[in-house]
Design a protein around this ligand. Structure first.
Ligand SMILES: [Zn+2]
Length: 234
């Protein structure tokens, strides 16, 4: 006696916890508000780069993208923009689209709405000061969304939430080969999550990402795929 209700309560709590975790992390989940995760065009892929700008990697990446006339979307961290405003400006000047990736890269699922709004506003301010542009897109750090994110985004009336359909798992230093292998999954319509920065440090090592793209950009192009920004997929 007494055990059964306790077990039932624990089971119920687990089920709810499981649902919330899944909704917070799964890129396909629409549980916490609408998100964009595909280009909607079977001939177009959207390359997206998170956690920059990063002077150790972004300039080489920009040169590589230019070689293939590929435009991409960069989800910048506010404090990295403040550290390297000229590089943020350069990304925009080359025709790429800038997205908001918060000021300090916290796990938004655990923050109250006012704190989330503050993270987004400070990043917006940094992007506007560096590039003169207002971002229309945001990506939650780690892909973590809570029930409060959708209402904060709606209330601010600005950036739409962008997730992804393929990730490169390129967020720690590694040889290019595993990243190249993971990107074999990319096909028309995908939004691809890549990293040119590291949210923990200002000049993280992401050479594997550039090397993997050196491998794939010509192949994707030969396969007839176009590279689109978020601005082009509405
Ligand atoms: Zn990130």
């Amino acid at each position: 006696m007494g055990m059964l209700p306790a077990l039932a309560a624990a089971g119920g709590a687990c089920a709810v916890g499981g649902t919330l975790s899944w909704g917070a992390v799964a890129p396909s989940s629409q549980l916490f508000g609408p998100t964009i995760r595909r280009t909607g065009d079977a001939s177009a892929i959207a390359l997206t780069f998170d956690d920059g700008p990063n002077p150790a990697v972004t300039p080489a990446l920009l040169a590589l993208l230019e070689r293939y006339n590929a435009k991409a979307t960069f989800f910048l961290i506010g404090r990295h923009v403040r550290a390297f405003p000229a590089l943020a400006k350069e990304i925009a000047a080359r025709g790429h689209v800038i997205g908001n990736h918060t000021e300090t890269h916290p796990r938004l699922a655990f923050l109250p709405p006012a704190k989330i709004a503050d993270e987004l506003s400070r990043c917006d301010d940094a992007i506007a000061a560096a590039t003169g542009k207002k971002s229309r897109w945001m990506r939650p750090p780690f892909g973590f969304r809570g029930p409060q994110l959708g209402s904060v985004v709606r209330k601010r009336g600005s950036a739409s939430v962008v997730m992804w359909s393929v990730w490169a798992r390129d967020w720690k230093p590694q040889p290019p080969e595993p990243v190249i292998q993971r990107l074999r999954r990319v096909s028309g319509g995908d939004i691809v999550l890549l990293h040119d920065g590291d949210h923990r440090v200002l000049e993280g090592d992401r050479r594997h990402t550039v090397a993997a793209l050196e491998h794939w950009l010509p192949r994707w192009k030969d396969a007839g795929l176009r590279f689109v920004t978020l601005d082009e997929i509405e």
